[in-house]
Design a protein around this ligand. Structure first.
Ligand code: DGL
Length: 270
């Protein structure tokens, strides 16, 4: 029954919350690689090595399907993993494609040629590694034409969140939004392309202003996972127990997670 959810640290909990709400009968095993976070400043080989070992750990927990609830891993490692590494009885899915399908108003599996869509000016907020990969622009170009994307690499935000420093995280978000607005004064949509950022969604929205639609992945990924498991029920793995695992210090990580999600979460050592 179990499904694995992976992130470099706490950010994937925003996705976990949404999928657990939508699929209350599925036991989710969450793995946060806090010992190695942030991933956003690492190179692609490093992200690949860390992500593959984390996914193997989740397979060992009986999760045949693992969601990379981390844009940096999805952008820097997922394609290579799917092409050369994932065995045929396992699946690893990312968080990018569901988001882009939502932004371009496409159904799953709609592989028709790229077409004009309602949004024209998109601000992408993501980690330095995700921005450098250009994976968002690549996936978007398969589906839409005429969309102008301005990417803002948001250095420091993930570290501040992992450290539990909400004041610093807010200040950094405001300065990254200002920097984006200097390049694109009037975006019509903003994508929070890092699963840590929904923890700061209210600050992004406030700094961007009312008129900007802010897309965050949690609910979009939950909907798409629900749909996927409906089509592929056999991908629910044999694991039966939900758990929160961390490569960091379980006590410290539990306290930061509880602070950000405002509900009690207890991590165990991975
Ligand atoms: N939550 C990850 C993402 O979505 C975090 C990145 C990091 O560890 O820098 O990109």
């Amino acid at each position: 029954m179990a499904v694995g959810i992976f992130d470099s640290g706490l950010g994937g909990l925003t996705v976990l919350d949404a999928v657990a709400k939508r699929l209350p009968d599925v036991p989710f095993v969450y793995l946060g690689d806090s010992a190695h976070a942030p991933y956003g400043v690492r190179d692609a080989d490093d992200v690949y090595d860390l992500t593959t070992s984390a996914v193997e750990r989740l397979w060992a927990e009986g999760c045949d399907l693992v969601i990379l609830a981390c844009n940096t891993a999805s952008a820097a490692a997922l394609r290579r993993m799917q092409e050369r590494w994932v065995p045929s009885d396992k699946r690893v899915l990312g968080v990018f494609v569901p988001l882009i399908e939502a932004l371009t108003e496409r159904q799953w599996g709609d592989n028709s040629p790229p077409r004009e869509v309602a949004v024209k000016h998109v601000a992408l907020f993501a980690t330095p590694a995700t921005v450098a990969s250009r994976a968002f622009q690549r996936e978007l170009a398969f589906r839409a034409i005429g969309v102008d994307v301005e990417a803002q690499s948001c250095g420091g935000v993930v570290d501040a969140i992992e450290e539990g420093d909400e004041i610093l995280a807010e200040a950094l978000v405001r300065s990254h939004v200002d920097a984006l607005k200097r390049k694109m004064p009037k975006p019509d949509a903003a994508v929070l392309g890092c699963t840590h950022y929904p923890l700061m969604a209210h600050i992004f929205q406030d700094a961007l202003g009312e008129g900007v639609t802010v897309y965050s992945q949690a609910s979009i990924v939950a909907e798409s996972l629900d749909d996927y498991l409906g089509r592929r029920p056999e991908m629910r793995g044999p694991g039966a127990e939900a758990a929160f695992l961390t490569t960091g210090d379980p006590k410290r990580v539990s306290s930061k997670a509880t602070q950000f999600l405002r509900r009690k979460i207890e991590f165990q050592a991975a």
